[in-house]
Design a protein around this ligand. Structure first.
Ligand code: SF4
Length: 267
């Protein structure tokens, strides 16, 4: 199958933006936050393209929210590059979803892999399932399998899109449509910031958006197979991840909201 790229940038108004990573929040941040407050998800995405141009990328975790964002990008033919992380420990269902998504939208998703030498060294030293031994070793595994590839994908970018919603957990209650991501030194754009879970699933069903069948088996948040399990009705979304750890130590360290580290978009 031939996989064409998203429509060329030349089909939209171009902004000549130097691709660079900023080290502190842009001075326009508060203006952007006010400007995007009342916008729809589609309008936020279009605004992000106009504002950041080629300096914008979408980090898809292939969760239901991110699949909605992919659909919105495809519908509007927005020139936004999409990537995901393959940690090497994903569910087979996730690999199938990548293929179905590419076929549905006719677009190859860029897949970022960990550095082979880093993983070989880590496994040699700590064992294949080191993440069960301690929080430190679990964080090491997440760092090498997720954060390092994520940093490579973010190189030269100014902003990234993620599928976070403010009602996903208490740590996300203050989420804004546009924020400064101090961990990655990038602007973070969350077009679904004010969507409910019901809205996401209504959209998925209505549009026939491809989604991971594990969601139908009680998996709310799907990451690595070794670190993800189904949850009971009423349990917090995070109860299905790293369940052997204390709740406050469960994050990957990819986001900071109001000074608190919250989970990454790729876990
Ligand atoms: Fe490693 Fe588990 Fe983190 Fe995946 S979620 S990178 S297997 S510790």
């Amino acid at each position: 199958m031939n996989h064409p790229h998203w429509p060329a940038q030349s089909r939209r108004k171009q902004t000549t933006i130097k691709a660079m990573t900023e080290l502190s929040p842009p001075t326009d941040l508060s203006t952007w936050q006010q400007h995007t407050q009342g916008m729809s998800a589609e309008a936020i995405l279009a605004w992000a393209v106009e504002t950041f141009g080629d300096g914008l990328t979408f980090a898809s975790s292939l969760g239901a929210e991110d699949q909605v964002v992919t659909d919105l990008i495809a519908q509007a033919e927005l020139p936004i590059s999409i990537f995901t992380l393959d940690t090497g420990r994903l569910f087979q269902e996730t690999y199938e979803l990548i293929q179905r998504t590419e076929e549905r939208y006719g677009h190859r998703i860029r897949i970022m892999f960990p550095d082979r030498r880093e993983i070989e060294e880590m496994v040699e030293k700590h064992g294949i399932n080191l993440f069960r031994d301690s929080v430190e070793k679990r964080q090491l595994c997440c760092r090498l399998r997720k954060i390092h590839p994520l940093r490579r994908a973010f190189a030269g970018k100014r902003a990234w899109i993620c599928g976070l919603r403010r009602d996903q957990s208490v740590t996300r209650a203050e989420l804004q449509p546009v924020e400064w991501d101090a961990v990655n030194s990038l602007v973070k754009v969350s077009p679904l910031w004010d969507w409910s879970n019901d809205q996401v699933w209504a959209f998925v069903r209505e549009r026939g958006v491809p989604y991971n069948p594990l969601h139908d088996k009680g998996f709310l948040s799907i990451g690595c197979a070794s670190c993800t399990r189904a949850v009971q009705p009423g349990e917090d979304i995070r109860a299905g991840r790293w369940w052997w750890e204390e709740p406050e130590k469960k994050e990957c360290g990819l986001h900071i909201v109001n000074g608190k580290v919250v989970r990454g978009g790729q876990d």
